[in-house]
Design a protein around this ligand. Structure first.
Ligand SMILES: NC(=O)c1ccc[n+]([C@@H]2O[C@H](COP(=O)([O-])OP(=O)(O)OC[C@H]3O[C@@H](n4cnc5c(N)ncnc54)[C@H](O)[C@@H]3O)[C@@H](O)[C@H]2O)c1
Length: 372
């Protein structure tokens, strides 16, 4: 199969869909890998690294779209890219179609088979191609929170770990899933006094069993949440209700009882945010202030560490990419129901129920698509 990887064209996107390591494995499996020149530069991979892995460097994206059997990317295709997709071609990337009617319409019109990273599942009920980015965002959250707390950035001027004779920062992490667990581990590692709040008792039990004394756990009742938020120097929002907008767990009124200069890092901003006063920001201008409380609300946090994020994503996508290339999408999806869950669009039909429901478009089952 010819696997094509164009350079990402969404503003501020430095990741790349295929790493040199993934290219090397695909070539070893007998496939041809076409990389647009400069595609990996933002993640620290120059053209020579791909050449050394056996890939071909191609001058332009249109040539790649015209020649490849499968396009592997990071971000959803932009309108100009959708126009280059064609019937019978596989697109393997993040799509997030439920909130994007234009892209959905364009993908349907293209006739391609689009497999979304974010809906591929695993045997434990998890989302294996979303998890690496949650791990990255979780580990970044205390790092950016610590920076936000510094006085020159408008923060409270509190050091995460304190020093002998001066206590550490108090950190509340709301949501103890993938993001929350990684955030809590890093914040605790920096020496902060950390409490993780969650509504799932089984999750709290797991955290308590595995992490013991590294951080505390608390049931996320409205009362407990309000108390810990009022006492915190840094609050990290990391909740997720799958398929729904994030619940607002800290109101504007609550800001007035927080410590002046305290920081909120709303990792859940990509689902609308879990603080009432949050709005999405960018890496260029990440922080804003409301009622004396600093907000960091960057919607694509992993982009700040494009190299780590690219490698982490590549490790997770590579086995699926190889299965698709080795067997073709039909056989690969027949053999692996978790990959089948990833199919969102096939030959002009929508195949993912939640997207159809959100956008009011008829859906056929992916199993039916396999037979078409
Ligand atoms: N901003 C970014 O760059 C970025 C990057 C990656 C992930 N995210 C987002 O981070 C959020 C968390 O992702 P995740 O992978 O950790 O999800 P997850 O499903 O692993 O964890 C979410 C946790 O929230 C808990 N929860 C749900 N409602 C709650 C409530 N009312 N109070 C307390 N806890 C509650 C759940 O029990 C679960 O443990 C998502 O919105 C995700 O999209 C953002």
């Amino acid at each position: 199969m010819k696997i094509g990887c164009p350079k990402e064209i969404k503003p501020q996107e430095f990741r790349v869909g295929v790493t040199p390591n993934a290219a090397r494995e695909a070539v070893a499996h007998g496939h041809t890998v076409l990389i647009e020149t400069g595609a990996g530069v933002g993640a620290g991979f120059d053209d020579d690294a791909y050449r050394a892995a056996g890939a071909e460097i191609i001058a332009t994206a249109p040539e790649i779209f015209a020649d490849a059997d499968m396009i592997v990317k990071v971000k959803e295709p932009q309108a100009v890219e959708c126009k280059m997709l064609r019937e019978g071609q596989i697109l393997f990337t993040y799509l997030h179609l439920a909130a994007d009617p234009e892209q959905t319409r364009d993908l349907l019109a293209s006739g391609c088979t689009a497999i979304a990273y974010e809906t591929v599942t695993d045997a434990h009920g998890g989302l294996p191609l979303l998890a690496p980015m949650s791990e990255v965002a979780g580990k970044l959250a205390p790092q950016v929170g610590a920076w936000t707390l510094q006085k020159p950035n408008g923060g409270r001027g509190v050091l995460m770990g304190g020093v002998p004779g001066v206590g550490p920062a108090r950190v509340a992490v709301i949501g103890g899933g993938v993001v929350g667990t990684h955030a809590a581990r890093v914040a605790a590692g920096m020496g902060a006094d950390v409490t993780v709040l969650d509504r799932s008792l089984s999750r709290l039990r797991y955290l308590d069993d595995v992490f013991g004394d590294q951080f505390k756990t608390s049931y996320a009742s409205a009362g407990n949440t309000a108390e810990l938020v009022a006492d915190a120097d840094l609050v990290i929002g990391a909740v997720l209700i799958p398929g729904a907008a994030a619940p607002k767990l800290v109101s504007r009124a609550q800001l007035s009882i927080m410590k002046p200069g305290a920081a909120l890092v709303d990792v859940a901003i990509d689902q609308g945010g879990c603080f009432e006063t949050s709005h999405a920001t960018t890496h260029e201008d990440p922080i804003f202030e409301v009622d004396g409380i600093l907000h960091y609300c960057v919607a694509n946090m992993p982009g700040a560490v494009a190299r780590t994020s690219t490698i982490a994503l590549g490790n997770a996508t590579m086995p699926f990419m190889l299965a698709l290339a080795d067997k073709g999408w039909r056989q690969a999806c027949e053999d692996d129901p978790h990959l089948l869950d990833g199919i969102n669009v096939h030959a002009g039909k929508l195949t993912y129920y939640a997207v159809g429901k959100a956008l009011g478009i008829n859906v056929i089952s992916p199993t039916l698509a396999l037979k078409e």
